[in-house]
Design a protein around this ligand. Structure first.
Ligand code: BYC
Length: 472
């Protein structure tokens, strides 16, 4: 059960006074950050119908109530321990998992936890203006649900830093509130988290693709030999699923509305004239967020990844589904790009672990895109959305120095530059999207013209439920 302490938790925080004091010291700084950098304009006079965990079991973690955002019960929730859990991969395969951080892996683990932790507040910062442009109260509530849970994921990482990394960990926890998305001097660590999310098409693509990187990274960290990291990330994954639901259904609803408008327009395709979002614009945003999220998996060949795997710190998604877990001599066939041509080469599998995880990720994304395409099909359109080739628009890894079109065909820098506006969002696209989102919709049951209503509401409430209410 989760305690009703100042910091709700299921880790018996009151039994460790030093840790409790340290976290209570961090708490007001977090709240200040949330007020400054969290949802703008919704801090003091609005109550949001959100899901708050009261326990980590299936009945307790989906408890719904109205809360004022700064009063959300952010806390520390770990999934229940697994009896006699053993290290599932790497050089220590089969040994008992660690309850403490071994000195020799301290830096690597700290780096992983800090990188993970940094993404959480970053996304809240990126999304802080979206409430002012929301397509409905239902969507506004979903945005805030995502935001408060990302805030809680930050708490999860800060708990690990404070508990297991002493002074360094406390300093890192401060810095997590200090860096800022898009800030020139103190940017967030990973590239995608410095990109603006100004409109709801970006938001839905981000929750579809970037939160899905969250899923693949959390799955690989939940395999970790450091048991507290595994238990923390396992519970985070339960919340992550909703974020991807928001993204996938958000785009599905935009597509549905686009199809309706295209039919109204007599299949002429000029949906913008009717205030909708045309398919090429949707495809460009897909290209943007998918390629940024591919970058989030790191370099194709990575000694960092090899060493994380060898030491049991970070595994593969669904490690138990593999036959072999030590992976000492296995190889991975990879497509290199040399002298203007693709060349297949074998690399040691351990060095290819980022690519192995990326493979899993691409498959998971492709299944989502196939579900979107069913909508186009149902409406009788021949247009289809597609994932760009994984070499397209990369800024990290071995393709980053080159240019490719969305089909993976190599291009010169000049050719890429001149055709980029066909493949990636332009200023004009952003202006158009902002123009149709300029008027937020706060009336229950009403939806912006560019998006269809959802099939059902949240927690069995009707679609026209007052998901966010203003205090009198
Ligand atoms: N941007 O060996 P390499 C989420 C750096 S999302 C900038 O290729 P490695 C969420 C790298 O740090 C999930 N820099 O990479 C979603 C290294 O720097 P140094 C977040 C990058 O270390 C939505 C150099 O390039 N979780 O939860 O194997 C909302 C070469 O490194 C990037 C994690 O990321 C980049 N994209 O892999 C809210 C899990 N990529 O050492 C939340 C923890 C690489 O030369 N992180 N670099 O200075 C990791 O596992 C690894 O850090 C990465 C990078 C997979 C990200």
């Amino acid at each position: 059960m989760i305690s009703a302490d100042k910091i709700p938790n299921n880790v018996n925080l009151s039994g460790n006074k030093r840790l409790q004091r340290a976290l209570e010291h961090w708490q007001p700084k977090y709240i200040q950050w949330w007020r400054d950098m969290g949802p703008q304009g919704f801090q003091d006079y609005h109550q949001v119908y959100v899901r708050t965990a009261v326990s980590v079991d299936p009945e307790g973690w989906a408890h719904f109530e109205y809360v004022k955002l700064p009063e959300y019960r952010w806390g520390i929730f770990l999934a229940d321990p697994v009896h006699d859990r053993r290290i599932g991969f790497g050089d220590f395969f089969g040994q008992p998992v660690w309850q403490e951080v071994p000195g020799e892996f301290r830096n690597q683990l700290r780096r992983l936890i800090v990188t993970q932790g940094d993404t959480e507040p970053a996304s809240v910062e990126q999304q802080r203006w979206l409430g002012q442009r929301c397509p409905s109260l239902y969507d506004l509530r979903n945005l805030f649900q995502v935001n408060v849970e990302e805030g809680r994921h930050l708490w999860a990482m800060v708990y690990l830093l404070h508990s297991y990394f002493g002074r360094d960990g406390r300093d890192e926890a401060e810095e997590l509130l200090d860096r800022q998305s898009g800030n020139r001097d103190k940017p967030r660590i990973l590239e995608a988290f410095n990109e603006p999310i100004d409109n709801w098409l970006d938001f839905f693509m981000f929750t579809m693709f970037t939160d899905r990187d969250g899923k693949s990274q959390l799955m690989s960290l939940s395999e970790s030999s450091l048991d507290p990291l595994s238990r923390t990330t396992r519970f985070m994954l339960t919340e992550e699923a909703h974020h991807m639901f928001v993204g996938e259904t958000g785009i599905a609803r935009i597509l549905e509305r686009t199809c309706q408008l295209m039919k109204e327009a007599g299949f002429s395709g000029d949906v913008r004239k009717l205030g909708g979002i045309d398919i090429p614009t949707i495809q460009k945003h897909l290209n943007q967020w998918f390629s940024l999220s591919l970058d989030l998996h790191g370099g194709e060949v990575s000694s960092n990844a090899a060493s994380y795997f060898a030491n049991g710190l970070k595994g593969r998604a669904k490690e138990e589904t593999y036959d072999e877990h030590v992976v000492k001599d296995a190889h991975y066939r990879m497509e290199f790009f040399e002298n203007g041509k693709s060349v297949a080469k074998e690399v040691l599998m351990r060095n290819a672990m980022n690519e192995v995880l990326r493979d899993w990720y691409v498959g998971d994304c492709a299944a989502g895109v196939a579900r979107w395409n069913r909508i186009l099909e149902q409406y009788g359109f021949s247009d289809r959305l597609q994932l760009p080739d994984r070499k397209f628009n990369r800024h990290i890894g071995m393709y980053s120095g080159f240019h490719f079109d969305p089909n993976g065909v190599p291009l010169s820098a000049e050719a890429f530059e001149s055709r980029k506006s066909e493949w990636l969002p332009t200023n004009a696209d952003s202006e158009y999207l902002l123009s149709i989102m300029a008027q937020p919709i706060y009336e229950p049951g009403k939806f912006a013209n560019y998006i269809a209503p959802p099939r059902r509401g949240i927690n069995q409430q009707p679609v026209n439920f007052q998901y966010v209410r203003t205090e009198a």
